[in-house]
Write a protein that binds this ligand. Sequence first.
Ligand code: GA4
Length: 332
Amino acid sequence: MVVHSQSAALDHCSLIKTCKPTTGVFNGIPVVNLGDPEAKSLIVKACEEYGFFKLVNHGVPMEFITKLETEALRFFNLPQSDKDKSGPPDPFGYGCKMIGSNGDVGWVEYLLLNTNLEITSQQTHTVFRENPEFFRSAVNDYIQAVKRMAFEVVELVADGLRIEPRDALSRLLRDDKSDSCFRLNHYPPCPELQALSGRNLIGFGEHTDPQIISVLRSNNTSGLQICLNDKTWVSVPPDQTSFFINVGDALQVMTNGRLRSVRHRVLADPRNSRLSMIYFGGPPLSEKIVPLPSLMAKGEESLYKEFTWWEYKTSAYKSRLADYRLGMFEKR
Ligand code: GA4
């Protein structure tokens, strides 16, 4: 992503939203150690309260993280014309500033990949022309390890909520047809723009993730913010050795609203570039997204109309980023 001149920079800026610099770094993010015998109840508590927590002792080898980070930066440092050959995302591929296809923009460039099974060489050849095999193995090693950890996390959610069977959620992510995707986001620094406007540029606008669970890792640059219950935005202190877990809309529905899907956004940092990698674990397209029967108290009714993941996803992809997507599926 290149900023050619100050006026070109301002053109981009006119499309990209800004917000007042926020000061509040939130030190109350729940931290869960995957090896803690109490992990299941801590995870459930965090997901009920925030829909979000930090995971340590996660078991994903640092070597996989670093290898992928290096490969991703190699890609994002290519000349713009080279990167553009890997886009536009439809929905997979390279994208720059445009998010989705309904007019959302942000100070971000990204690679979006489908992770149903393994990343295929066809995907990496179109996305990553130079040295596709190396990139493919870096992505596959990373995703395989992150998926394994995500399966464990949702099994702990099931344990903590006494959902039976305990693989009621993880089987959806493990399924060969699981509709999951992976995103590498690069937020270049933008000192001129921020100095001119005195505000923070929005890298990725506020939204909730539609899937079951999202697993995010970033470098040491700040930017991620979550929205608390009282609607205040707080900054999440970055931690490059940990993962951040988000509850998605589908998990909110499957727990009949007990776990909340977290609204979050990313602000661009004026000085440092931010790189994040996110695995979005979704169910197979044909899966009915309904509250899990073993969770429902006697006589408890679903808060949501019945829908398949395909129906939800189709409607989500027609929405704008900040829309409250679950609204039209609520019974009321
Ligand atoms: C948010 C979560 C994931 O990044 C994503 C995003 C998708 C996209 O970038 O194409 C969406 C967004 C996300 C939700 C609403 C629609 C679709 C952009 C957008 C405006 C890949 C996803 O699955 O949903």
